[in-house]
Design a protein around this ligand. Sequence first.
Ligand SMILES: *Cc1c(COP(=O)(O)O)cnc(C)c1O
Length: 478
Amino acid sequence: MSNLPLLTPITSAWMHELMEEKSVLNELLEKYGSPINIHQTDSMEDNFTSYQNVFDEFGLKYKIFFARKANKTKGAVQKARSLGMGIDTASYQEYTQCLDMGISGSDLIVTAAVKNRKLVEKAVQNGSLLILDNEDECALVQEVASDQNKKAQIGFRVSGFFLNERKLFSRFGFDLLDINNFITTNLINSSKYNLLEYKGLHFHLNGYSIEERSFALTQCIAFSQLLSKKGLKTEFIDIGGGILMNYLEHETEWEHFNQQLRTAISKKIDPITFGNQGLGIEELEGVLRGELKTYPFWNSISKGDFLRGILSHKTHAGENLAEAAKKLEIEIRMEPGRSMLDQVGLTVAKVAFRKKDSEGHWLVGLEMNMTQMLSGSSDFLLDPFVLYQEVQVKEQPVEVYFTGAYCLERDILLKRKIALANLPQVGDLVIFVNTAGYMMHFFESSAHLFPLATNLIWNRTTENGKIHSAHFQNDENL
Ligand SMILES: *Cc1c(COP(=O)(O)O)cnc(C)c1O
């Protein structure tokens, strides 16, 4: 038995149905190469409903936009659209692909960090709302609108919110201390930006703090009241994304892992990560410093509950933020990306080789590379599943690291050492679950000329109760 801490992921029935059909997975890998990303979008409905219920509970006017940058597939966009969501787009390509899919301009918003003229022209032409980040963007949109002889719908991204005495830093948006002056000077007291039709305010905060979002919303509501006195009506406030989702079954495992990691970094037990990496924690002169720099894979307040936490925040006047917004007839908007993709995808890769490294650790080489499952934080902390091609008669426990195909010492797919019942054989399959949000696509690259992984959409129909490889559609052909 291994003493390594477990991190059991939350899984869905569809994932297990699929893992029980090894032959179908083998066929798919044969056809599309390794790795493949499989999507089953039914769970997006639960994720959407989780938010919808909270808005309904408060009787608020709302609109939810799926932030599609978290996953490249058209399948996820189609599902979001069928649920009645709008789509938040972050590039010309994301935007025009949505138009090509038949989504109307009024259901699309553009929050792209960089908006080139091509994108602005398309958005203005199709009547989509642009979220403006800086004055140069205002000038560009005014120019484009003037060329097209029409008005452009815009919202302002705001930042620099105060949390008690602390000001939250952001490189995005107009500073809260400047925007009043900016709007008064340029939109109210002059016709400089007379073709910008102001609709509302927007923020998207780094991190996962309910409190910070509550303060930001409070400050946006206060600002909207100021604007309203000057004759400018705020129709919506968009609270962005960054709504937590929970990946793990057991809080106890999460706590045990955190504690074991610290013990390992203190060198009191054998390393539980590759090269005893601290994932943000380090030991300096016998003292542990820093903190775990990963996504909070286990958390108790996620999705709808997280949203409720923001909206039920009490203002000084004693009412909550939902009541305040309602009274002012402000629609609350949000743009969940990751959390809309909870339980939507998994990544399957084939074992290419097993070997021991120069310190005697077992390495299991997979036909995939680190960019095909890369977290923006320091690791993806979920136990993978191994599908052995042959029946395992006897357990011979082993501890391994999974390695990838880039010629970098650091192409280690999970930094954690993983305990398995048996050493995988060449051709066995390794499955990483719940990878649809950011893990599959956000950082994928084609170094060594490796092609990008194929994205498949499974509509979960069966034929005579059997899953069939023909039910998996290549997202490119949607
Ligand atoms: C990335 C992003 C989102 C989505 O964030 P998630 O953490 O995936 O929910 C929403 N809005 C903006 C402006 C973004 O940049």
